[in-house]
Design a protein around this ligand. Structure first.
Ligand SMILES: *Cc1c(COP(=O)(O)O)cnc(C)c1O
Length: 363
């Protein structure tokens, strides 16, 4: 089989050394393994610039969505109400979770190329005093827009609401001072900017709020408090843990530190994005969102005017060593390029060269 690198926003291209960690079938109940779990939990707090007295980490089996659903279904009480600010498919997924779990939700839908509006959010808070929680997406992977969670965090603080952030595709790729930005629950997963492989998500939570949510969960396997209680005691996962993934993740965390932590990684990603937009611009591709709101994780490009066949282009690029991502908009024809993972400037330049060959070819 011909291999390729992923230019997708998770799973993403990992290092060989991360993959290598998975060649060992580790036992789950012994002290070594529990210590690895505890170390990961502690180090994730450091990445979020918070400490163990006020915050804590829960690791949860499953992909990122399981982590988000665990929070949504576990921490909003029956008499609570969620203010959801969405501008893409991942925000809408949270609305779907509310429907499944019969959670009251005030949903403000924003155009996909704009950030959620702080004034509209504030109006909703005034109009609906029953709101107890606010949720939004940081990096909306649907478009690549990077939302301003800091300003909504200020609003949450002013109005005394619990603030839940899906930072799935941004955490560790963009610096997030969780306490300063008034985030109470932050969700991300193993296979995004920490550059591990898929298999679990993690939740960084304000300790007192997590403890207060005890008994509130609507699902057994996604019960956030229960998962935490066992882990907090001695590092034991409640049900079978993805051992290989956990070992790979521990290695990925080490490699993140070696790279220079979040400052170095976010710089590399942003540079990848800058080179991508510049090189693709030369070929006539325009990004879907404006520069001021474009995040470093993934960029959505509009199809050029000519009749453009994504499937054909995808095949052409894949045969030359890279896998890209289709668009996710319903009203516009787009495709997406992720700039995270073990990807460097040379990859982006190579991709641009392949794209140039593709454009010059048949037409
Ligand atoms: C990747 C991602 C998720 C989780 O998706 P899974 O397919 O469950 O891993 C959630 N939110 C955002 C913004 C994402 O980018």
């Amino acid at each position: 089989m011909k291999t390729y690198k992923l230019l997708t926003p998770g799973p993403l291209t990992t290092t060989d050394s991360v993959k290598q960690e998975m060649l060992f079938d580790h036992c789950t109940w012994d002290e070594d393994y529990k210590q690895i779990t505890q170390r990961i939990r502690r180090e994730l707090l450091q990445l979020a610039h918070v400490d163990e007295t006020a915050y804590t980490t829960v690791l949860m089996q499953g992909s990122g969505t399981f982590g988000v659903e665990s929070v949504i279904s576990s921490v909003i009480p029956d008499d609570g109400c969620l203010l959801l600010l969405s501008n893409g498919a991942y925000g809408e997924r949270i609305a779907a979770m509310c429907r499944y779990h019969h959670i009251n939700c005030v949903h403000i839908v924003q155009d996909y190329d704009k950030m959620p509006d702080r004034m509209k959010a504030e109006e909703a808070l005034k109009q609906h005093p029953e709101i107890t929680h606010i949720a939004m997406i940081h990096s909306e992977t649907t478009t690549g827009i990077l939302n301003d969670i800091q300003s909504i965090g200020e609003l949450a603080k002013t109005y005394h609401k619990v603030f839940i952030v899906d930072a799935m595709s941004s955490f560790a790729g963009v610096d997030i001072p969780m306490h300063d930005w008034h985030i109470d629950f932050l969700v991300s997963s193993a296979n995004k900017c920490i550059q591990g492989v898929p298999g679990f998500s993690f939740i960084i939570a304000r300790r007192e709020l997590l403890i207060a949510s005890r008994g509130c969960a609507r699902s057994l396997s996604l019960d956030l408090y229960d998962q935490w209680a066992g882990m907090e005691k001695d590092g034991k996962w409640r049900y079978t843990s993805p051992t290989h993934v956990v070992l790979a993740f521990a290695k990925a965390m080490e490699e993140l530190q070696k790279e220079g932590g979040i400052p170095a990684r976010s710089k590399r990603y942003a540079h990848n994005r800058d080179v991508l937009i510049e090189e693709f611009g030369k070929l006539g591709f325009l990004p879907y969102v404006e520069k001021a709101v474009q995040g470093p994780i993934i960029t959505t490009f509009l199809y050029p005017d000519t009749d453009f066949d994504f499937a054909q282009m995808y095949r052409f690029i894949k045969e030359r060593g890279y896998a890209i991502y289709p668009g996710k908009l319903t009203d516009k024809d787009t495709f997406r390029i992720g700039t995270i993972g073990e990807i460097y400037e040379e990859d982006i330049l190579r991709l641009a060269q392949i794209m140039k060959e593709y454009m010059e070819r048949g037409n």
